[in-house]
Design a binder for this molecule. Structure first.
Ligand code: ADP
Length: 579
């Protein structure tokens, strides 16, 4: 299971968000409700007319009452069909709009999630929320919203009609309330169960996606058994949660079925008793019994929807939970424009796991325009320094500042406008080469794009069939890892950040092209601060200053020549590398 999954929004937040959603679409929802009301009104004419026929025929009205009320019923039926169709159409359109609104705000949130939060929660959880949970809410909003409106309107209108026909006979309908306690019992228990089902789906998703991601390592390290046990255990969790869910339904469904037949019988008996004593007409009893019959289907569907609503509520809470992670990331956001100047780590400590610091009081200050290389053995904390500098992770103690302003007050999004981190993981988006580059600068001209590509040493773009308009990424031309790194570096040039942190950004390049493109990037970003985590010491030799990091501490700091003269760790590394 992910150590810190995304949050699940509390009920109050779900209600607030739901209300805001309804408020934004209230005009349309009102039109849909009114149209359903017209349809339901037409549907109520039938039983009333049957009641009238019974009364007139059993009185002295004669058989022509049948013809008269028959015409009325036919007109009402036609009206019901027409209004239902119209209401269905407007209802579906409204549902789609409401869902589009919801999906857009969720996708905006997903793309703004702090990277650290995604890494902590695991992509499995996020994928489960974007697929299963969004799908769940989608069905409820698109189909459920119009249908729920229709059902509620129909039930209320039917009860009102029955009471208008004969309030006394209608009293028998109260028997349906007996289903209430069962529904309440079910609702109390089902939400936590749905939450567990959702979390269990996330666990399975997380385990399966981790297996797929690391299939090769699992094979190499012989971890098949361990990983199978992990999946088995998360599947068992899911099985238990779903079993509990099925048990709750085995109580709910038979009880609701009973709830429809019982009121019908009770109304007949009660109505018959009243009619015998002359306290109700046979027609009124017939009409109320028919209304009762008409209630069964909508109430049954309503109860079905209540169940579905519970599940959607939970899914919606999980979706909103992701949004709250974004808010937490940017909550303390100050004016990002104030982030300018020198980048500085001040006695920073950091731990991925509580109690296991990987940085022990690192202080490192750059001056604007400086090229600083960070070198050191693998696992010494270089990448962690890069992540702290770019605001992805926060120090446990100490501070990261830009121009003297503590980054703690900013979201990763704001920091990103000033500091750009390029790692060795590059993503090529599905789209054209030009679109991939314009992610960094929307309005860039073709000339600027080509310039950026040239600067990072791209010589293959002329060979592409459609030049900048060639489709790349999944389904298009597959770029080699080197080409992907080059595209990433070209994006950096277009982005033109104040501070650039390169973490093995040229790891795929051969030594010569790495050096050429690093120099090109540096030259293009003249006046900007560049911090390069270097695995090739040549990068360090080109830098203004070098920081040697060993075991989470800055051991040496100075220019290449100074450090060679000092004949310490750096000199040793340099000699080993030269050798
Ligand atoms: P470097 O970049 O110098 O190779 P890192 O900054 O990647 O070093 O790692 C520093 C230490 O932190 C290492 O001991 C590493 O095992 C540990 N570490 C790095 N990333 C994580 C993580 N996501 N979770 C737990 N430990 C980590």
């Amino acid at each position: 299971m992910a150590e810190t999954a995304f949050a699940v929004a509390p009920p109050a937040a779900v209600l607030r968000a739901g209300r805001a959603l309804v408020r934004r679409h209230r005009g349309r929802l009102a039109v849909v409700t009114a149209t359903f009301l017209l349809a339901a009104g037409c549907g109520l004419v039938g039983p009333w007319a049957v009641g009238r026929i019974v009364d007139e025929v059993s009185g002295d009205g004669g058989v022509d009452a049948v013809a008269r009320y028959g015409v009325v019923m036919a007109i009402a039926l036609a009206g019901q069909a027409a209004f239902s169709a119209l209401a269905g159409l407007i209802g579906m359109r409204t549902g789609e709009r409401v869902f589009a609104d919801l999906r857009e705000s969720f996708m905006t949130a997903v793309t703004r999630l702090p990277l650290g939060a995604v890494e902590r929660a695991g992509t499995g959880d996020l994928v489960t929320r974007t697929t299963r949970d969004v799908g769940m809410v989608s069905d409820t909003v698109r189909f459920g919203l119009p249908q729920l409106l229709q059902l509620v309107v129909t039930v209320v209108a039917t009860v009102v009609a029955a009471v208008l026909v004969d309030a006394r006979v209608s009293l028998a309908m109260l028997v349906i309330l007996l289903v209430g306690p069962v529904v309440v019992w079910y609702l109390r228990r089902s939400r936590p169960v749905w939450e567990r089902v959702g979390a269990a789906f996330s666990d399975v998703g997380e385990d399966v996606s981790a297996n797929a991601r690391s299939a090769r390592d699992i094979d190499l390290l012989g971890l098949d058994g361990v990983r199978r046990d992990a999946v088995d255990s998360s599947l068992r969790g899911l099985y238990r949660a779903r079993r509990h869910e099925v048990f709750l339904r085995t109580v709910l469904i038979p009880s609701t079925n009973l709830a429809f037949s019982v009121p019908l019988v009770v109304t007949l008996l009660w109505g018959g008793w009243l009619a015998e004593r002359g306290m109700a007409t046979a027609g009124a009893v017939a009409a109320v019994v028919l209304y009762n019959g008409q209630l069964a289907r909508p109430v049954e569907q309503l109860i079905d929807w209540v169940d579905e609503l519970q599940q959607s509520w939970v899914s919606y809470a999980r979706i909103l939970g992701v949004e709250s992670d974004v808010e937490r990331g940017v909550a303390a956001s100050e004016d990002a424009a104030s982030l300018q100047g020198a980048l500085e780590l001040d006695r920073v400590t950091f731990a991925y796991r509580p109690g296991e610091d990987v940085l022990h009081g690192v202080s490192l200050a750059t001056t604007p325009g400086e090229r600083l290389a960070v070198v050191g053995p693998s696992g010494s904390g270089k990448s962690t320094i890069a992540r702290l500098m770019s605001g992805i992770d926060r120090p446990r103690t100490g501070a990261v500042r830009i121009g003297g302003v503590d980054l703690a007050g900013f979201g990763a999004q704001e920091v990103r406008r000033t500091v750009c981190l390029v790692t060795q993981e590059h993503h090529v988006f599905v789209g054209t080469l030009a679109e991939n580059l314009r992610l960094a600068r929307r309005g860039a001209t073709d000339g600027e794009l080509e310039g950026a590509l040239r600067a990072v040493g791209v010589d293959w773009q002329g060979e592409l069939d459609d030049g900048l308009d060639t489709s790349v990424g999944a389904g298009g031309l597959a770029l080699t890892p080197v080409q992907a790194q080059q595209v990433a570096l070209a994006r950096v040039l277009l982005l033109d950040p104040d501070i650039l942190v390169l973490d093995e950004a040229t790891s795929m390049f051969d030594a010569t092209s790495a050096r050429t493109s690093e120099r090109a990037v540096s030259a293009a970003l003249a006046g900007r601060t560049v911090v390069a985590i270097a695995h090739r010491l040549q990068t360090a030799a080109d830098a203004d200053r070098v920081a040697v990091v060993v075991d989470g501490r800055v051991l040496e700091l100075g220019s290449h020549d100074e450090l060679l003269d000092a004949d310490g760790e750096y000199a040793r590394l340099w000699r080993a590398w030269q050798g």
